[in-house]
Design a binder for this molecule. Structure first.
Ligand code: FAD
Length: 327
């Protein structure tokens, strides 16, 4: 009998990260296939109120660890808590969102428990009672299936890879309070200040529509064209590495292998050639619209719709048409 699936319920300032609801959705399916429970580990200070939200979103159990030292997410403190909770509850698998915090914390926990970690999975499947961890490799050219030799199976899951579970108002579950004695000497990080990421109105990883600009804009001021189209569509703004390396747009907006991985419903690439490293971060988008003056640009190889033309004409024309259609 499986000991169930455990997820890390990432929260900041008393607000659960969106990916937590997705982990509950995917985790629930896994737990049902394996015949175990779904538990969420909630760590922080004064966060008990979030347990009800987790139950309603699909958690069967919430393991709550509260301490003043856990107010902010600090890897050295959280790794102690998570490894102790996992060692005690012995889950079959532990899932983290592939957020900045999840990507930093999960490998530390895995190393402490001496188990493997599959990073950036896009799907998890159960076959013959084993969890298959699936992730794109080599810039998205190869899809790898990973089986872990040791338990628990640990994985980070890309944002938007799992659908959220249907919410059930009033649903309750088992609240388990745990206390972990923290080794303060090992917590060497102090949070001095939290500065909000310089981002547009819509968060890149969570946006349904993204309009991205590349070196083809030719000039940093031309990002106004990209922003104009994004604003009409209620979209987030992305950028290629060439554009951010040139200092045209902040790094927080970079899409690709060394930037953010996105999977929106619509991705509009303006003046982006479609280098493999860029495609690695956006090719799972539902619809890709490419605007490029070179008909042989590789981006057209993945595009659902391609517009061969000068972005200086195409982008303002599209913006105008969408403005009329959506007003
Ligand atoms: P270019 O390749 O220069 O393409 C510009 C395009 O604009 C061309 O196709 C051109 O035809 C078109 N164009 C020009 N003028 C116009 C116009 N007026 N109208 C319409 N189209 C026009 N890149 C990323 O994006 N993200 C990453 O995370 C990333 N990680 C990397 C990691 C490594 C290890 C390495 C080696 C590279 C990485 N890169 C990444 C860089 C990547 O290889 C490319 O260099 C980069 O994506 C190119 O950006 P671009 O498409 O904006 O520029």
């Amino acid at each position: 009998m499986s000991q169930g699936i455990m997820i890390w319920a990432e929260q900041r300032d008393g607000k659960l990260a969106n990916v937590v609801y997705e982990l509950l959705g995917g985790g629930r399916k896994l737990a049902e296939s394996l015949g175990g429970s779904l538990s969420a580990v909630l760590i922080g200070q004064g966060v008990e109120g979030l347990a009800q939200d987790l139950f309603e979103a699909g958690a069967g159990k919430v393991i709550l660890v509260e301490d003043a030292q856990l107010k902010d997410i600090r890897d050295e403190a959280y790794v102690q808590v998570l490894s102790a909770v996992i060692a005690k509850h012995q889950p079959e698998a532990v899932l983290f969102g592939a957020s900045v915090a999840g990507r930093s914390l999960a490998p530390r926990v895995a190393a402490k428990l001496k188990v493997g970690l599959s990073a950036d999975c896009t799907s998890l499947e159960v076959e013959n009672g084993q969890i298959k961890q699936i992730r794109p490799t080599y810039g998205g050219n190869v899809i790898t299936t990973i089986l872990s030799a040791r338990k628990p199976v640990m994985a980070t899951i890309r944002v938007k890879a799992f659908a959220k579970a249907g919410r059930q108002a009033g649903r309750s579950g088992e609240l388990i309070r745990e206390s972990v004695s923290l080794d303060a000497a090992k917590i060497r990080t102090q949070v001095v200040d939290l500065v909000a990421e310089v981002a547009g109105k819509v968060k890149l990883e969570e946006a349904d529509i993204i309009v991205s600009g590349g070196r083809g804009l030719g000039d940093p001021a031309k990002f106004k064209l990209v922003e104009g189209l994004a604003s009409v569509l209620g979209a987030a703004v992305g950028a290629s590495r060439a554009a951010v390396d040139a200092g045209w747009y902040p790094y927080a907006h970079q899409v690709g292998q060394t930037g953010k991985t996105v999977s929106p419903k619509v991705y509009i690439a303006c003046g982006i050639s479609g280098a493999i490293q860029h495609l690695a971060g956006m090719q799972s988008s539902d619809i890709i619209i490419a605007i490029n003056k070179n008909p042989d640009a590789p981006i057209f190889g993945v595009a659902t719709y391609g517009i061969v033309g000068d972005l200086n004409e195409v982008v303002p024309a599209l913006t105008e048409e969408f403005r009329k259609a959506l007003s």
